[in-house]
Design a protein around this ligand. Structure first.
Ligand SMILES: [Zn+2]
Length: 347
């Protein structure tokens, strides 16, 4: 994902007075800190207005966070898993091996990246529900191609969230879900192939899947695309993302509050460019559950410091359980959660 530096409102003021913009090589804009989440009544636009408090539907589920940590360690143990490496094939086999007995679709394609043609594969596990509609959960699993000559293993960036989705799959497996179907998408090619972020040289797997859902009409059934990124950080600090759908952001905070974890949410607001963007362009409501503040001054992000010792079982538990509770709230919203306008997904 890409982000600008998370900076305080006061710092933005200083920058603007000095005529300095957000010139980080990573593109998104920062909106500064907010001291409190927005109230549910601030917007009148039905496609963007935050949801009112809703009752959760269906049984409460909790992940086995210790197992999620174990999965994280196992993914990391394969080594750097950049596209076209041997370990990325091993990680794909590992993910599929953990999804035995589940309906799994592998979608292989070739991305025309700045580093040449790259074979990529999205892996989508499908858990049928009893309501007509789909909630898609996503995470990327590869590590950055431009870091391929380093020991960068992306413990938090790709491994922990893929592990988290596998731990969520463990809770869904073999159950007839009371609410919407849940699809779990292990996405390839999120990272930009160049050190400097280029949107058209990144988000390969998410652009591919969003376009596929749009082309085959399934996007109309998607009630929410929920992305997990960088949320194994022991110092868990999930931001409000301005590129996510406001009513989903509000549900996320409601879910966190139900579980007593709200202190880990929304101390800051930032616009993040990540795998949720193509789904948003395709008209699907989107939510990026992301902690963009990883290590002092984000110093562990995209560095060899991104290792398992920076993560915690507790953070995986909070992240996993809040996502599962958010799903219960989406199911509690009734049949027609608000939708955003649809655009063509850039390929
Ligand atoms: Zn990354």
């Amino acid at each position: 994902m890409i982000l600008c530096l998370r900076i305080s409102a006061a710092f933005i003021l200083v920058l603007s007075l000095a005529g300095v913009g957000c010139s980080n090589d990573k593109a998104a804009s920062a909106a500064g800190e907010t001291s409190a989440p927005q109230s549910a009544s601030q917007s009148a636009n039905p496609s963007t207005s935050p949801a009112k408090a809703v009752e959760p539907a269906g049984p409460a589920l909790h992940i086995d966070a210790a197992r999620a940590m174990q999965y994280t360690k196992e993914i990391v143990a394969f080594g750097p898993r950049w596209d076209s490496s041997k370990p990325i094939e091993q990680v794909r086999a590992y993910i599929k091996g953990k999804l035995k007995g589940v309906q799994v679709e592998e979608d292989s394609f070739v991305a025309e990246t700045s580093a040449g043609k790259m074979p990529m594969t999205n892996i989508v596990a499908k858990f049928p529900g009893s309501k007509d509609g789909i909630i898609v959960l996503g995470s990327h699993y590869e590590t950055n191609y431009w870091l391929r000559n380093t020991p960068f293993v992306g413990a938090n960036d790709g491994a922990a969230t893929s592990a988290l989705l596998l731990a969520i799959a463990d809770q869904l497996r073999g159950k007839k879900l009371e609410g919407y179907s849940i699809w779990i998408a292990f996405l390839d090619g999120e990272e930009s192939f160049t050190r400097e972020w280029r949107t058209n040289d990144a988000l390969w797997g998410s652009r591919h899947l969003a376009k596929k859902l749009q082309d085959d009409g399934a996007s109309k059934k998607v009630k929410a695309f929920v992305l997990a990124d960088m949320i194994g950080d022991a110092d868990l600090d999930i931001c409000r993302d301005e590129n996510s759908t406001p009513w989903l952001e509000d549900l996320l905070l409601q879910a966190a509050t139900h579980l007593g974890y709200q202190s880990h949410f929304f101390a800051s607001t930032t616009a993040v460019e990540d795998d949720h963007i193509p789904f948003s362009h395709a008209g699907m409501p989107v939510l990026d559950v992301i902690d963009i503040d990883y290590g002092y001054n984000n110093s562990f992000h995209h560095t060899v410091q991104d290792t398992v010792d920076k993560l915690s079982v507790e953070s995986l538990k909070i992240s996993g359980d809040v996502i599962l509770e958010t799903i219960r709230l989406i199911n509690g919203m009734g049949d027609n959660p608000p939708r955003a306008p649809q655009q063509k997904v850039p390929s």
